[in-house]
Design a protein around this ligand. Structure first.
Ligand code: OOG
Ligand code: NI
Length: 442
């Protein structure tokens, strides 16, 4: 008998297959998405060809392999039950909730997490992430509308019975066979499909829309349609500049840190949401209404910052001025502002026994590469939401963040992004230490 796990498809392979299936579906649904991924592929080829050092570093860290298929997407769910179910579905694919994002201060009545792989090797197989927002119904001011929205949401089932059965089997048996995994991917895809038929009459939609465009988007449809899939680009300024020539209306500004030689965190831009024909339940003919929800986005990822580095970024977001972060890999590393992955150079075992980490790095015995930021930025996410919801009217929410309620809905605590990066850096140092026969600290 083979060991039990050999019967199962690795979760990371299921995630990769799911990401590919989502990408295919979205390209069929939204042709502009294909135009965007074509542009990104062209820019990435150009950047790698023109920067051999970057190409080498990315190949070494496994980033080149994942780059072509790298995507993040976003969905918005309506209830605690829906969030819990989605969390179970993503767990089958090795995706855990990482981080808590409160969007209420930015006028968006949701809080969110990002489901993604957490281990380095798993991220290399597939870094696919889904930014998942939960509607905060309590932020709908009108109690009657709030109750109506809750009742509408209570009636729908966003995951098919077939997908639910396979989730339960994976939980019960510890995984899915290859055949079951393929069936699971196909069944789960249905949850994120676009439906041109709203589940509500026109007047209900209008009232939900008046409360907040996002409320209408979450409540009026059969399920949480994927609202964008974002490829990763190595030069976002190039994409921003070239989008119009390819027929895409780029958002005014790029979210996130300024352009730098040494990219940090995450920079994002998007093209505005499409106006799509939809039909209400009381429409005599099909597709008499319209709805804007789905858009296109690109992102450029840089190094993950430590708490100290993040504090400087947050200060810049809060106060403006100049971003107080050295634009130099060595300085970022030595000042403890960013996370790095260390590895021993070939032949490093023969290194002098009493040299410290910095000596060994300086002498090329130990090499280091920036650890990619795998998460999201709340202010940027708010900017992406806003540019796609339309800035017709600004809603102000005074409610405080409610991480406890979010985690209760989720059925577990979210993982801490900083702790994950610190652990990755630590593990790399430990591995180098084993090669060199000593203990190293950053
Ligand atoms: C999610 C917006 C956030 C990002 O990349 O920051 C996001 C949404 O519009 O549902 O995807
Ligand atoms: Ni996004």
């Amino acid at each position: 008998m083979p060991p039990a796990t050999d019967r199962f498809q690795p979760p990371h392979a299921i995630r990769a297959a799911f990401a590919a299936a989502m990408s295919l579906m979205y390209a069929q649904e939204v042709p502009q998405y294909r135009a965007l991924t074509d542009l990104v592929a062209a820019v990435n080829r150009r950047v790698l060809a023109g920067d051999p050092a970057l190409a080498e570093r990315m190949a070494r860290s496994g980033e080149t392999a994942r780059l072509a298929g790298e995507r993040h997407g976003a969905i918005r769910v309506g209830t605690a039950d829906e969030l819990a179910t989605i969390a179970r579905a993503f767990a089958v694919m090795g995706m855990a909730p990482v981080g808590y994002y409160d969007l209420a201060p930015a006028g968006v009545p949701v809080h969110a997490t990002a489901f993604r792989a957490v281990e380095e090797t798993a991220l290399t197989v597939s870094p696919f992430r889904v930014f998942t927002s939960l509607l905060r119904l309590e932020l709908i001011a009108d109690p009657a509308l709030r109750a109506e929205a809750a009742a509408i949401l209570a009636r729908r089932r966003i995951v098919t019975p077939a997908a639910l059965a396979l989730i339960a089997r994976a939980e019960r048996e510890g995984g899915l066979s290859e055949v079951d995994a393929a069936a699971f991917v196909a069944a789960l895809l249905e949850t994120f499909r676009w439906h041109a038929h709203a589940t509500v009459p026109r007047d209900t939609y209008r009232r939900l829309l008046a409360a907040h465009r996002l409320v209408a988007d979450v409540v009026s449809f059969k399920g949480p349609h994927i609202n964008h899939l974002t490829p990763r680009v190595l030069d976002i300024d190039a994409v921003q500049a070239e989008m119009p020539a390819r027929g895409m209306a780029a958002k005014q500004t790029i979210e996130g840190p300024p352009k730098r030689r040494c990219p940090v965190l995450l920079r994002q831009t998007s093209f505005t949401a499409l106006e799509e024909r939809i039909a209400f339940t009381d429409d005599a003919a099909d597709a008499a209404g319209s709805h804007t929800a789905r858009f296109g986005e690109v992102e450029q990822r840089g190094v993950a910052l430590t708490a100290a580095g993040q504090a400087r970024y947050d200060a810049w977001i809060g106060n403006g001025g100049a971003l107080d972060l050295p634009d130099d890999w060595a300085a970022l590393r030595r000042q403890g502002l960013a996370f790095f992955r260390y590895r021993a150079a070939d032949g490093a075992a023969a290194a002098a026994a009493d040299a410290g980490l910095e000596d060994l790095v300086a002498h090329g015995q130990i090499l280091c590469d920036p650890i990619v930021y795998e998460d999201f930025l709340p202010v940027s996410a708010a900017g992406i939401f806003q540019s796609n919801l339309g800035a017709d009217r600004r809603v102000d929410y005074t409610a405080a963040a409610d991480r406890a309620a979010f985690e209760q809905a989720l059925g577990r605590a979210v993982e801490d992004p900083l702790a994950l990066c610190a652990a990755a850096q630590r593990a790399s140092l430990d591995a180098v230490g084993r090669v060199l026969g000593r203990t190293l600290s950053a």
